[in-house]
Design a protein around this ligand. Structure first.
Ligand SMILES: Nc1ncnc2c1ncn2[C@@H]1O[C@H](COP(=O)(O)OP(=O)(O)OP(=O)(O)O)[C@@H](O)[C@H]1O
Length: 371
């Protein structure tokens, strides 16, 4: 079973500043959603409200139509919340996973079976009798997720669970987590500032910037058609270049035509381009003039770093001849891998209203997984 989550007219404050401003957000029963945002965007705040660990200062958060203000422990028990720091208890791995089941009055024999199944799904069944404190960071995070999944939560809230893992462990952890979620109807909300992590588990992506929902669409659409330069940066466009649309509609970078299409007003825009979408040609070819700073070897490709602030990055296949440092070149943009975007879609920036005089923050804080 999953659950429908709803956020209506929410304003939330920290230290006297508005950190979340969400007019309306619906997460459907069984949906797997990622919330992408830079550091400080309000991702954890949103998760804490969805977990009923805090109440919004203004507005309403509901689970299956029940306001979290009235749902209390019953709602919190339907959710598992996995944070960046696993927070395991100083006891065995098995006991860490069976305890939340005991709190839910699951019979003793069944507890161990459920714990073993969850540990197996996350690839850590062999650690069941080890002390949690002696596990590596990656193992702890797997046990943390097994603990969350063992209770078969209606809602799984993931706060960058892979953030502290190295690149290789992160990939295999997210792969195993994705597999463990396959076939479940759990509603999943995964927040991250890393698009490659978050988009892996999600059908839908919500971009959160400065506490506001900037874009809400399918993961594919957010990558292909980011709403503005902020979202493009979030979803991994390597280059964001200041550009200009002339009155005749031509999009120019450093005064040179790019040939990229734009259907909006003339004026300043941004060209967002993946490194794979930047083509490097000779100085005699058409395009934007640039100078090679250095060429960096990579797995299966080379990255050409072009002078600029910040530098412009272009990926070229290993088989292609590489330019040399100091060489003058011309660059052009592959229209399939480059977008012309507004700088910002911000609609209501400005000073945040004063915070509520007495924040309605409950004494409890259900941050541990499976509580
Ligand atoms: N106790 C606090 N007092 C004042 N400001 C706070 C407090 N806790 C959080 N904030 C601020 O609230 C904003 C939102 O924080 P939040 O942790 O929700 O962001 P985030 O998107 O999860 O960030 P990160 O990716 O860095 O974890 C940030 O600007 C943060 O500095």
């Amino acid at each position: 079973m999953g659950a429908q989550l709803r956020v209506d007219g929410v304003r939330h404050y920290r230290g006297g500043h508005e950190v979340l401003h969400v007019d309306s957000l619906d997460i459907h029963d069984g949906e797997q959603v990622c919330v992408l945002g830079p550091n400080g965007a309000g991702k954890t705040t949103l998760l804490r409200l969805l977990a009923a660990a805090e109440r919004p200062h203004t507005g309403r958060v509901s689970v299956d139509g029940t306001d979290i203000e009235h749902g209390g422990i019953a709602l919190r028990r339907r959710a598992a919340y996995a944070t960046q720091r696993p927070g395991l208890l100083s006891t065995s791995v098995a006991r860490n996973v069976t305890l939340p089941l005991a709190w839910r009055k699951v019979p003793r024999k069944r507890r161990r079976d459920l714990a073993d199944d969850a540990l197996r799904l996350l690839g850590v069944a062999h650690l069941a009798d080890r002390q949690a404190a002696g596990l590596s960071g990656g193992e702890q995070q797997r046990v943390n997720l097994a603990r969350a999944l063992a209770i078969d939560p209606d809602v799984l809230l993931l706060d960058e669970p892979a953030a502290s893992l190295d690149a290789e462990s992160r990939l295999s952890f997210l792969h195993d987590l994705g597999r463990a979620l396959t076939g479940r109807t759990t509603t999943v909300v995964h927040v991250s500032h890393r698009a490659d992590d978050a988009l892996r588990l999600a059908d839908r992506a919500i971009a959160l910037v400065d506490g506001n929902v900037w874009q809400d669409d399918t993961a594919d659409a957010v990558i292909r058609r980011p709403a503005d330069a902020n979202v493009a940066a979030l979803v991994g466009y390597d280059n964001l270049l200041d550009a200009h649309v002339r009155t005749d509609g031509e999009v120019t970078v450093r005064g040179e035509h790019t040939g990229l299409p734009w259907h909006g007003e003339p004026g300043p825009v941004v060209v967002a381009a993946f490194a794979t979408g930047v083509c490097v040609g000779s100085s005699a070819s058409a395009g934007v003039p640039a100078r090679v700073e250095r060429v960096v070897p990579g797995p299966g490709y080379r990255t050409v770093v072009l002078e600029g602030n910040p530098p412009l990055l272009a990926s070229i296949p290993l088989r292609a001849p590489a330019p040399s440092a100091g060489q003058h070149v011309r660059i052009s943009f592959d229209p399939d891998l480059s977008r012309v975007l507004p700088r910002s879609v911000a609609t209501h920036r400005g000073p945040a209203p004063a915070p509520a005089p007495s924040p309605r923050v409950p004494a409890h804080a259900a941050t541990a997984s499976g509580t």
